[in-house]
Structures are given as structure tokens and as C-alpha cells.
Design a protein. Structure first.
Length: 346
């Protein structure tokens, strides 16, 4: 079991003035899966390569179980990295690909055969050992790449966008398989993705990185409920932002006075709430009831997006279609903002 501590990790590429990664600090408990989340170019792959030992660090440290690994050669770090484009050896059979790491460790051939069989079972491809990788689909190749990584029982598994080349159906399947294998084997894992949904479904904790800077390192839930700033909230999609002032308990802004949950900051800021937390109808005996005007209705299939106006302020809501049956643009719509779903950012 390996606890990973990344401390102020920084990379400035030669010839560049701005860091590709700027003082990243995260702690990953043994057996946990952390997702590094961010848009293209934010520094995710740079981070992974430094952990794997494929790229020199500019400053900062990486510790496994309280010991710095920076001076260790890549092959001695106990790290295995799976890339987006699988990188299987094309001329080797699938079984030889999966067993490659054990062969390098001079494991007994009979033992290799046994463990390759076990791994192929685990990734649900028991019958493809004799084929060449080119005779497999993209999804199957990706599962083989995972098997090849896991067979050596790495201390730390690095997965760099492993699902991005797969279609939606296979992505869901692989996502579940990765989570199951990672938990069963208790391997501390770092998973890179630009897809916020993938990050929240897979990870114990998510580190959101924007332009080389880590914005928030938190449980998936916290990104929805307590984003640290507007950029973070926006990355998770569809927040409302209302300027005003908080006294900790009440927010006074363009929507009037609204009751806040415990723990909200005081001072000038922006009230933020997610469209799916806007309720249609007033809740009796509670604060935070407002009257809105319906401006537009956008059907999304299983949900409906509403563009509302409260006074001069636009508010977005996402509701069940049956909640707004019979409402038309121009109508007055009573809404409720549950205090527990509000949050204030500086
Ligand atoms: P993607 O999702 O597209 O893979 P990423 O988040 O993994 O992106 P990185 O590949 O880590 O991003 O790149 C971070 C920044 O560092 C980018 O601005 C990139 O242009 C720059 N960069 C990456 N590799 C080098 C290099 N070898 N030399 C100079 N700059 C580099």
C-alpha cells in the first residue's frame, strides 16, 4: 500500500517563462484514486511524466510512503503508466504483451503463464492470448494495456486519459472495470481526464488544474456544493452567479435577501447555485421564495432547462419536464432556492 505525497511540484520547460505546472500539492491515501482534471494544456501529462520519472522536475518533491522517489530511475519507482494510445507491442502476441513486465523481472515462465491467464480473465478477455494486438478492437486493446500494467502489481498506477479513444458505451464499461480492479487490488491510482463527469464518477478525490495551477483538491461532491471560485464552478458547468454581500448567514444581492447555509463566507462576493437545485413552486414557511418570469424553455429530453428572470437578473433552472407542464414564456413562475444548495465565492 502506497501513500503518495506531491509537494509544490513545479515544471518550467526550457525556454518557457510560465510554469506548465505551478506548485502542485496533493496527498493521495493508500489505495485511493485521484483524478487530475483540467482542459487540454493545463499540465496533467506533465505531472504524470514527472511521477513516472520520464521528465525532470524543476522544483518540488514526490514522496511514496514518506520517501522521495525523485532520484529513483523510472523502472525502480514501482510506477506503471498507461497511455491514451495503449502502446502495445504490435509483433508480440497479446499474452506476451500482458506478461512482458514479468518477463523483464525474470519471473518463472510457468508463473508468467498462470498470471497472464488470471489477468486476461480479470479484464474479461480470456480467449485472446494468442492473437496479435492488431486483431483486437480499440476497447479490447485498452483492456489489454490495463492488464499489462496491473500484472506487475505496481505501487502506483498512472492512467493518462485511458478512455478518450473509446466510444461512449465502451467508456462506461472500461470506467467500471478500472474502478473495480483498482479497488480490488488496492492500487493507489492517478487518473488524468479532461472530462468532469468521468472524474467525479471514478475518483475518491479530484484535483482541478487550470493553466498549471491547482484550483481545488476535494471530494467530487464538494466541487458541486462548495466550488472555491467562479472558474472552478464554471468548469463543473451551469452555475448561476449573483453579485452581492454576505454577512455569513444572509446574502444581500440582486435577488434580494437570501438565507445561506452554515459555513458561507462573509463579505462582498458572488452567490452561486446550480440550475438543477432551483425548485419550482414556493416552499411554505421557508425563506428564499422568489417570483420569476419564464423567458425560455429548452427541452433536453429527460430534463428541461428554463431561462428565468427575477427583476433584472437572469436565472437558469434545470427541472423535470412535468414540473413545468402548462407554463409558457411570459408566465410568472414561483421558485424556491433551498438554503443548503447556495454557496458564496469571493
Ligand atoms: P492534454 O490534455 O492536451 O494532454 P495536458 O493538460 O496534459 O494537456 P501538458 O501536456 O502537461 O498538458 O502541457 C502543459 C503545458 O506545457 C502546455 O502549455 C504545453 O504546451 C507545455 N508543454 C508540454 N510539453 C512541453 C515541452 N516538451 N516543451 C515545452 N512546453 C511543453
Amino acid at each position: 500500500m502506497t501513500h503518495v505525497s506531491i509537494q509544490e511540484l513545479t515544471k518550467i520547460y526550457p525556454g518557457s517563462v510560465t510554469p506548465a505546472l505551478d506548485r502542485l500539492s496533493i496527498e493521495i491515501a493508500s489505495g485511493e484514486l485521484t483524478a487530475l482534471l483540467g482542459p487540454s494544456g493545463c499540465g496533467k501529462t506533465t505531472t504524470m511524466k514527472m511521477i513516472a520519472g520520464l521528465l525532470e522536475t524543476t522544483s518540488g518533491d514526490i514522496l511514496f510512503n514518506d520517501r522521495s522517489i525523485l532520484r529513483d530511475k523510472p523502472e525502480n519507482r514501482g510506477v506503471v503508466m498507461v497511455f491514451q494510445n495503449y502502446l502495445l507491442f504490435p509483433y508480440m502476441s497479446v499474452a506476451d504483451n500482458v506478461g512482458f513486465g514479468l518477463k523483464m523481472r525474470k519471473t518463472d515462465p510457468a508463473e508468467i503463464k498462470r498470471r497472464v491467464g488470471e489477468m486476461l480473465d480479470l479484464v474479461k478477455l480470456p480467449d485472446v492470448g494468442d492473437r496479435k494486438p492488431s486483431a483486437l478492437s480499440g476497447g479490447q486493446q485498452q483492456r489489454i494495456a490495463l492488464a499489462r500494467a496491473l500484472i506487475v502489481q505496481p505501487e502506483v498506477l498512472l492512467l493518462d486519459e485511458p478512455l478518450s479513444n473509446l466510444d461512449a458505451h465502451l467508456r462506461f464499461e472500461m470506467r467500471d472495470l478500472i474502478r473495480q480492479l483498482q479497488q480490488d487490488m488496492g492500487i493507489t491510482t492517478i487518473f488524468v481526464t479532461h472530462d468532469q463527469e468521468e472524474a467525479v464518477v471514478l475518483a475518491d478525490r479530484v484535483a482541478l488544474i487550470l493553466d498549471g495551477q491547482m484550483k481545488q483538491y476535494d471530494t467530487p461532491d464538494a466541487f458541486y456544493k462548495r466550488p472555491v471560485d467562479e472558474a472552478t464552478a464554471r468548469f463543473f458547468g451551469g452555475h448561476n452567479f449573483i453579485p452581492g454581500t454576505s454577512n455569513g448567514g444572509v446574502f444581500d444581492g440582486l435577488l434580494g435577501k437570501l438565507v445561506l447555509p452554515d459555513g458561507a463566507i462573509s463579505g462582498p462576493g458572488k452567490l452561486t447555485f446550480r440550475p438543477e437545485n432551483v425548485r419550482i413552486g414556493h416552499t411554505h414557511g421557508e425563506a428564499n421564495n422568489l417570483n420569476a418570469t419564464l423567458e425560455d424553455v429548452i427541452y433536453l429530453g429527460t430534463q428541461t432547462r428554463l431561462k428565468l428572470r427575477v427583476g433584472d437578473v437572469g436565472v437558469e433552472a434545470v427541472v423535470n419536464p412535468n414540473e413545468v407542464e402548462g407554463f409558457s414564456p411570459g408566465d410568472s413562475v414561483p421558485i424556491h432556492l433551498p438554503p443548503a444548495t447556495l454557496w458564496v465565492i469571493a
